[in-house]
Design a protein around this ligand. Structure first.
Ligand code: IMP
Length: 178
């Protein structure tokens, strides 16, 4: 399945399911190594990161917990810039080692907001894992510790990412065909 249609748009496969699986395994291995001996709380960013978070977390061998927060900035296919919702910070994160799990970092506005929230909560350490990064669009200087794939500055769907709510179940990542 190399092309899919979602609503009014056409997308073609950019990153295969096998490539994603291999990369998730590599990232999990790296996190298991880097954080050996630490108790870790994974913080998944809903909705998009649910699939990456689930795949990554099942490969984690550390003493760890997972929680999810929701913070959405997207309507349609261009970033509105305005962040609308922020819900679900109900764990005590004080002095905890955190791994933030993101689906995609575009401008980095969402990431910055999350990191600020974690700093306020006096966490011990924050690491960031994102499945996808758009380097041409990323304007913040928060270091990203684990990056699945760097992609062009174009709209993508699949592997948890949506176009107006659809396309999240696709096991590969698809890019918009203009
Ligand atoms: P940022 O705040 O600009 O970094 O955007 C991050 C959020 O925007 C992600 O968590 C996604 O929800 C959404 N997003 C950014 N780029 C895409 C894309 O290409 N497809 C689908 N959602 C995207």
């Amino acid at each position: 399945m190399n092309e899919v249609r979602i609503l009014d748009k056409k997308f073609r496969e950019l990153i295969s399911e096998q490539a994603i699986r291999k990369r998730v395994d590599e990232i999990a291995l790296q996190i298991n190594r880097d954080l050996t001996g630490n108790e870790v709380i994974f913080v998944g960013i809903l909705n998009g990161a649910f699939m990456f978070a689930a795949d990554l977390f099942r490969k984690i061998k550390l003493t760890s917990r997972i929680t999810f927060v929701k913070l959405a900035s997207y309507q349609g296919i261009s970033s509105s810039g305005a962040i609308k919702e922020l819900i679900g910070w109900n764990e005590d994160l004080t002095d905890k080692n955190i791994v933030v799990v993101e689906d995609i970092v575009d401008t980095g506005a969402t990431l910055e907001r999350i990191v600020n929230e974690l700093v306020i909560r006096n966490v011990a350490e924050v690491k960031i894992a994102t499945m996808l990064l758009k380097p041409a669009s990323y304007t913040r200087d928060i270091p990203i510790d684990y990056i699945g794939f760097e992609i062009p500055n174009k709209f993508v769907v699949g592997y948890g990412l949506d176009y107006n709510g659809y396309g999240r179940s696709l096991p590969s990542v698809y890019i918009l065909v203009p």
